[in-house]
Write a protein that binds this ligand. Sequence first.
Ligand SMILES: Nc1ncnc2c1ncn2[C@@H]1O[C@H](COP(=O)(O)OP(=O)(O)OP(=O)(O)O)[C@@H](O)[C@H]1O
Length: 414
Amino acid sequence: MIAYHILKEIIGDQHLRFHNQEPGIPRRIDPEQYRSRNRIVVISGVRRSGKSTFLKQLALGFPSFLYLNADDDRLIGATTDDLGSLLLIWEELFPGVRTVFLDEIQNIPGWERVVRRMHDEGYKIFLTGSNAQMLSKELGTHLTGRYVRVELYPFGFDEYCAFHQFSWEKKGIHTTNESAAALRLFSQFIEEGGFPEFLKDPDPEILRRTFDDILFRDIIARYAIREVKAFRLLCRYLFTNMTREASFTSLASTVQMKSPVSLKNWIGYLEDSYLIGSLSPFEYSMKKQLSRNQKYYGIDTALRNAVAFRFSDDYGLLLENIVWLELCRRGYELYWLKGQSECDFIAIEQGKSRMVIQVCWHLSDENRKREYDGVIEACTMFPGSGGYILTLQQEEKPAQNIRVMPVWKWILEE
Ligand SMILES: Nc1ncnc2c1ncn2[C@@H]1O[C@H](COP(=O)(O)OP(=O)(O)OP(=O)(O)O)[C@@H](O)[C@H]1O
């Protein structure tokens, strides 16, 4: 057990540091809707996406609170008994305070039991944890029905604009100057992505390190993967080919694995770590849906640029990936359509389709019919949906109820 006076010192230090920490750029998620929840609020998301910083933003809404960062050298080897002592120290230092923020709590084995008990005793709890240990399945068994999850992604384009102090009228971006500035920033965003740390210090090493930490610490070590080379190759391949469709069999053969079953597990681990996401084609039969090829997307475009192979005409793919990320941030259930024609995204909310979206770098005479056909087919299948063709910079008057507009404008205005 850790000595009582040391724990007391840790609490004092950490409290001061957390109070002095910069709250950073406000995230798009409204903290107020979580402050008033009775359930435990679990913040998850890819490594370095800003979970601890968001915790600080949540804390700002409370006059007093308790705080513990379990990622502290002095807490190595801490147990649930130490958490019990912490409760006593908190009561001594901050009597009656019942709001608690727990950062990286997965470092203390058995934390779930203590957190569950605290919640039952009326504490309001907010916590973050590195994803691998905070996977929904695992958390579900420990905190059944007691928690709500907030998923944090790297900055979206609106947050990127805030980071660069670019603001625009609530009514929309109308002037040529504003449009030119937004387009310029957006072109930069395609290259720089949304990891806040990388935006502050644009050294690709930062991104490579994050990538390797997720691969080696969160996945390879945790799931005892022995075919490290093949696993790494799979990650790089998926990032290089983001937005493309692939089958388990073709992926297994690309990385020279005999078993598509292990490959399926690997992809599951990558998705749980939020490094990649997959998209199924829409099918009325679930069985059929699962047997069809998936499309794969990556958590960040700059991360892709740092770890994957680039080719000259990959801008279309980066643009589509940004739209996928934005739709994930907005919490839609997503599919793609492979019918007579193809459509990139069908975004569904509460069982109803809201948007069908085709992403196209530049609408030309050659591709116009194909792009429209995909949206029209999807809109016919899902009547009442808004139809969009999102481009880098073209904007056209709506035709056949389909809006053609730049991605950046759609993100900032729609
Ligand atoms: N909203 C923000 N505004 C400005 N900078 C931010 C913001 N969010 C995160 N950062 C910066 O990004 C880096 C990572 O942030 P943070 O530690 O909050 O991420 P995390 O998701 O908790 O990381 P980990 O997965 O390692 O626990 C820090 O340097 C932090 O200052």
